[in-house]
Ligand binder design. Structure first.
Ligand SMILES: [Zn+2]
Ligand SMILES: [Zn+2]
Length: 357
């Protein structure tokens, strides 16, 4: 019988006894609140915050909400198209450049393509390429541990934006030093980007997207600047962060059920194919970052192949269907569209014998 319930024979007496016992028990065993400890924890938490980032990003997001409401959507068709075009350049630079080329080396690129990718990446207004790649390599090597910069076990808010509000966990700094980044410094394109990061980012990330519409077709300056510096920038930031947050929480795991990354169609559609994250963490060396070439608007795969035809991209690495099937059957969660219905051997062991036919 559960505590504080009654029965017909001695209900009230039983209730009283159980309640008294609970009170005695809690009095004896409850630990006194250690206010000094709590205060020290609070002080430590405050000391870890990066106030500049908090104020800047919060202000930008509040401005973004206002801009979305106030923007004259129906009268600014050409401006929307301009930003959509620019968004594709950005997504190509981040996905095919920073992520698939420099971070994972899923293919090789000739000098002109590397320059193009670097310029496209710069339009995002993200951190210097070197730091972006280092953080992402640490993320893959130590996924969902304290050494993961945006450890998703700390919740959606932390993995999405909260990690930028705080100083890095000591393990991130410690393990980050162990990551081999020598290949990045060997690339003159990366060195050039690092050296001229601020003027490049200001010009390509903010000035050009804002001044082209007024100068080329007479767009009003006000909405051109707001939609570039606030609208496009915050939109790009959030969909990049979605790969770290949503694509580590919501979706299926057809390739490896033991890891947190998931297959997330929505993230993939807005991130040029970067949302097939369960596949990507299972086969990080695959240039498609997805099992299927173009599923979920995988524009980065399309352009890598296009530049492959020009000879600017080469040595494209990809997992064979046989290997993918083997991995799906061994470690997947059973949601794979083709091989998902076959029960993996490891899962078969978990099925209670009584239910086996
Ligand atoms: Zn990830
Ligand atoms: Zn990756």
């Amino acid at each position: 019988m559960p505590p504080n319930s009654t029965d017909e024979s001695n209900g009230n007496l039983k209730v009283t006894q159980t309640t008294e016992y609970s009170r005695e028990y809690s009095k004896q065993d409850a630990e006194p609140v250690n206010y000094t400890k709590k205060w020290n924890e609070f002080k430590y938490f405050i000391s870890q915050l990066k106030w500049f980032n908090i104020i800047l990003l919060t202000t930008l997001h509040l401005a973004f909400v206002w801009a979305v409401i106030a923007f004259p959507w129906l009268q600014r068709g050409r401006l929307i198209l301009w930003h959509a075009f620019f968004f594709h350049l950005t997504a190509f630079g981040v996905g095919a450049g920073a992520h698939r080329l420099w971070c994972h080396r899923t293919y090789k690129a000739k000098f002109p393509l590397r320059v193009l990718l670097m310029l496209c990446y710069t339009t995002a207004g993200h951190n210097p390429l070197f730091y972006w790649v280092r953080d992402h390599r640490v993320h893959h090597k130590f996924t969902d541990t304290d050494a993961d910069p945006h450890n998703s076990t700390r919740g959606f808010f932390f993995s999405h934006i909260g990690w930028l509000f705080m100083k890095k966990h000591p393990d991130v700094l410690r393990k980050g030093k162990e990551i081999d980044m020598s290949d990045l410094w060997e690339d003159p394109v990366i060195r050039f980007h690092q050296k001229y990061f601020i003027p490049l980012t200001l010009t390509l990330g903010f000035i050009i997207p804002a001044i082209v519409p007024p100068l080329v077709w007479g767009q009003d300056w006000f909405w051109s600047i707001i939609s570039s510096a606030v609208g496009r920038y915050v939109f790009v930031l959030n969909f990049t962060w979605m790969v770290n947050s949503a694509a580590h929480m919501w979706g299926t795991k057809p390739f490896d059920n033991s890891i947190s990354p998931t297959e997330n169609r929505l993230v993939s559609m807005f991130c040029f194919g970067e949302g097939w994250h369960n596949y990507h963490h299972t086969f990080p060396w695959d240039y498609k970052a997805a099992e299927l070439k173009y599923a979920g608007y995988n524009g980065s795969s399309f352009f890598i192949e296009l530049f492959g035809k020009l000879g600017w991209a080469y040595d494209l690495k990809s997992a064979s269907p046989e290997l993918v099937k083997k991995v799906v059957l061994k470690a997947g969660d059973g949601s794979h569209l083709v091989w998902g219905k076959e029960v993996p051997e490891s899962e078969e062991d978990k099925i209670p014998k009584a239910t086996k036919q």
